[in-house]
Ligand binder design. Structure first.
Ligand code: GTP
Ligand code: MG
Length: 582
């Protein structure tokens, strides 16, 4: 029972499709009862033949046989429709719920789980559950009914013959039970190896540029081959074991028939049973072999589905780390962009990366963050759309604690350009209008001009309708960044965050973009992260971060006067620029 517990979670789906299940079960019962009594017609026909039956009666029996077979096939057809259809509908719901759940998860979840594993859940585990609740349920019910009806009919015909001919059947059943554990363990190993294999393939395809640049094709082929070989090895082991079990079952079933023909034949000769009964008996014995063989298969299927369901439940049970809490104030439906940090700290697991961060930025002002790599700039701005939550301190937006603002509202008012640009495999226009599906073409053009990508797009074969390959392969780094900026601008956000989003753009273009951003919306609060002084010098407030702390703050003029790290960086970058221009 413990094994089946994970499957109890499907209850809500079963309730939703209870009508299909009800009719499915009714059809299973009727079709299998009809199937089990077919040999009875055969028995009557043969017995009547022995007594010299008129030809019309034979035709009648034949017609009866055909009718029952046709009805039985019809019922089976509808039974499959109901039960397999129900399973497919549940699979559809389950997959939707799983995808919905993944969309709720916070950033941290995706750093803890491999993409390959998450994909395997959708491509392997969900179908495995669906297979069990469809075919598994159908065969299990059918087998139980066939077993009960056939056995009753056989025993009523001749009890002793039934018991003797079923001895090898019990042995076959034992073989099935014994081998089941091995099958299940091997199958679990195969599943986990398949997840490794998918992860490997998936990472290789996404990381193909690195692999080629480092000439690692051969190594990657070899390590993939090793994983694949392990997978093959386990599969061969499973195939071998299956072969042995099937063959031994064949032998045991054969033995049953030998006993039946021998003892049954004697019984016919001694007139203890009729020839018709003997023939019916033979057919019934044949009918029983499938339930015995498939019993192991069904249990295996259920165990497999249960293991799959455990994996699905494990992911589905993870609560989104960041979501609306009870303190959320649903009356807040707008934010203007006044941001205040009070002694904020950030930690990943137990690693403290930011401490004691305090600043305030008024509506329409620009905050710039500069500092060496790894100093915590990205971590700081991730707090604003709540991609992560602060470990300590308080963040206020328009005077509201950030946790009291509904996530939807908060994120809707923020235009966020992350440090790593991601473009979907769609057209450029679709990429820019992501999340704003009904954006007008003029609007897309306006933001593309603001981020200076418009001219570049005109040179492409299909201009705005040019399809971008996976991750935008046919755009340059700077073009991708500017497409991502256009995407953020299109939402007309009250808070615009650029995380090193102009790093791949030359200083001249950068200056042009920043200038146009400055004038396009005076009420927009801007946060700009950069390694270049040229990007940050016009900001109203500049924070210089080092080792997770603000070490200098002010505007360009006051920071230069301070003659600290900022001024030093400025001199250094000016010198580099002067050397470049030589
Ligand atoms: P650059 O983008 O390189 O200029 O650095 P940054 O200033 O943006 O640094 P960031 O905020 O990305 O990282 C600060 C520290 O946090 C670094 O030591 C990172 O290793 C660490 N860090 C960043 N993201 C994560 C994360 O998702 N998990 C964990 N455990 N550590 C992280
Ligand atoms: Mg960063």
């Amino acid at each position: 029972m413990k094994t089946f517990r994970p499957l109890f979670r499907l209850k809500k789906y079963f309730i939703r499709y209870k009508r299909d299940i009800f009719w499915g079960i009714i059809l299973v019962i009727f079709s299998n009862v009809l199937y089990s009594i077919l040999p009875k017609i055969l028995q009557y026909t043969i017995d009547q033949m022995e007594n010299g039956i008129p030809i019309e009666k034979i035709v009648l029996f034949a017609a009866l046989f055909v009718t029952v077979t046709v009805i039985h096939s019809g019922l089976r057809f509808f039974m499959r429709q109901k039960l397999i259809g129900m399973a497919r509908k549940i699979e559809y719901q389950l997959r939707n719920d799983y995808f919905h759940h993944l969309q709720q998860m916070s950033l941290n979840f995706f750093t803890k789980h491999r993409t390959g594993d998450l994909m395997a859940l959708a491509t392997n585990d969900i179908p495995s559950v669906s297979m069990t609740i469809g075919r598994g349920l159908m065969f299990l019910l059918s087998n139980i009914i066939v077993f009960i009806v056939v056995l009753t009919l056989m025993m009523r015909t001749n009890l002793a013959l039934t018991l003797i001919s079923l001895i090898p059947f019990s042995l076959a059943f034992l073989v099935v039970l014994k081998s089941m554990k091995f099958f299940i363990r091997t199958f679990e190993r195969i599943q986990s190896q398949f997840a490794d294999l998918s992860s490997k393939a998936q990472e290789n395809i996404s990381g193909v540029r690195v692999i080629k640049a480092y000439v690692q094709e051969e190594n990657e082929i070899e390590s993939f081959r090793q994983l694949n070989r392990k997978y093959l090895h386990e599969n061969l082991k499973l195939a071998l074991a299956r072969g042995v079990v099937w063959s031994s079952m064949d032998v045991l079933f054969g033995l049953s028939f030998v006993i039946l023909i021998w003892l049954g034949g004697l019984a016919v000769i001694r007139d203890q049973i009729t020839l018709g009964e003997f023939v019916a008996f033979t057919v019934w014995l044949g009918m029983l072999s499938w339930p015995v063989i498939s019993f192991g298969w069904i249990i295996n299927l259920v165990q497999r589905a249960s293991a799959s369901m455990t994996r699905i439940n494990r992911v589905m049970d993870i609560e989104p780390e960041i979501q609306d809490t009870e303190s959320c104030d649903q009356s807040i439906c707008h934010i203007s962009g006044h941001i205040q940090f009070i002694n904020v700290a950030v930690a990943y697991e137990d690693l403290m990366v930011l401490e004691n961060i305090s600043f305030e930025i008024a509506i329409g002002k620009t905050l710039a963050i500069i500092g060496p790599t790894g100093s915590g700039k990205t971590s700081l701005i991730r707090l604003i759309p709540r991609l992560i939550d602060a470990k300590a301190g308080q963040i206020l937006i328009d005077g509201h604690d950030i946790r009291s603002i509904p996530l939807q509202v908060l994120r809707r008012h923020i235009g966020f350009v992350p440090q790593e640009t991601f473009l979907f495999s769609e057209t450029i226009a679709e990429n820019i209008s992501f999340g704003e599906n009904d954006a007008k073409f003029e609007e897309i053009g306006r933001v593309a001009r603001l981020s200076t990508i418009h001219e570049d797009l005109l040179t492409f074969p299909d201009q705005y309708q040019t399809l971008i390959g996976e991750r935008g392969v046919n755009l340059s780094g700077g073009q991708k960044q500017r497409a991502a900026i256009s995407r953020a601008l299109l939402r007309q956000p009250n808070i615009l965050i650029l995380d090193d989003a102009l790093s791949a753009v030359d200083t001249y273009t950068e200056e042009k973009i920043l200038n146009s951003l400055r004038v396009q919306n005076p009420n927009q609060t801007k946060i700009i992260i950069s390694h270049r002084i040229s990007s940050v010098k016009h900001a109203d407030l500049i924070l210089f971060l080092k080792n997770g702390a603000v070490v200098e703050r002010g505007n360009h003029r006051t920071l230069m006067a301070e003659k600290g790290l900022y001024a030093e960086l400025y001199q250094q970058q000016r010198l580099e620029q002067a050397l470049d221009e030589l």
